[in-house]
Design a protein around this ligand. Structure first.
Ligand code: HEC
Length: 160
């Protein structure tokens, strides 16, 4: 082997080393971004009404507000009457399953009571919403459901 060939060989290793470094670097990026994506998903995992998203006290307040504002049409047992659809049971779940609490809260707040839409305070509307959840057998949790729209949009009404 002449010294000229030796130099050439050494020269030829450079691309290999650079390639190896690039490979390792890419691997590191892949691992790092992989865990970033995973933690993002954990934060975004949709909550559902099965996760104990309201308290028993809140639903109790909601029951009182419901009696005053809703039961004349939707009845005390939420079974509905005339044009007013049931707010508990299979028909209700067929309508609302897969939608979010944000949508249901907006419907209540903006369109009900039918004869006085917009008359409910936000907290009364929210309490009534939790009473409806309880009537549909969704479990209570330790804390009240919060009324901010991001929270409500992030909770899906789960079909059983
Ligand atoms: C004067 C009668 C009346 C009162 C009082 C009333 N509703 Fe209704 N509600 C209706 C009628 C009729 C409909 C169906 C027509 C419509 O959706 O506009 C309805 C529809 C609804 C729906 C949509 C149901 C679905 O499956 O699409 C919800 C939710 C609802 N009402 C909740 C309430 C709540 C909560 C209250 C009390 C704050 C209330 N309503 C008070 C008559 C009433």
């Amino acid at each position: 082997m002449s010294s000229g060939q030796k130099m050439n060989l050494q020269g030829d290793r450079r691309p290999f080393v650079i390639g190896l470094l690039a490979f390792l670097f890419a691997g590191m990026i892949a691992i790092l971004s992989g865990s970033a994506v995973r933690s993002l998903h954990a934060a975004d995992a949709p909550k559902s009404t099965k996760d104990g998203v309201y308290s028993a006290d809140q639903a109790k307040r909601g029951k009182d507000a419901y009696s005053q504002n809703c039961s004349s049409c939707h009845m005390d047992d939420l079974s509905g009457s005339g044009q007013a659809p049931p707010l508990a049971g299979d028909t209700f779940m067929d309508d609302w399953g897969g939608h979010t609490l944000g949508e249901l809260n907006d419907t209540i707040q903006n369109t009900m009571p039918l004869d006085k839409p917009g008359s409910l305070s936000p907290s009364d509307a929210l309490d009534i919403l939790t009473y409806i959840l309880q009537a549909n057998s969704f479990p209570t949790g330790k804390t009240d459901l919060k009324g901010d729209s991001n929270t409500l949009k992030g909770i899906v009404i789960s079909t059983k």
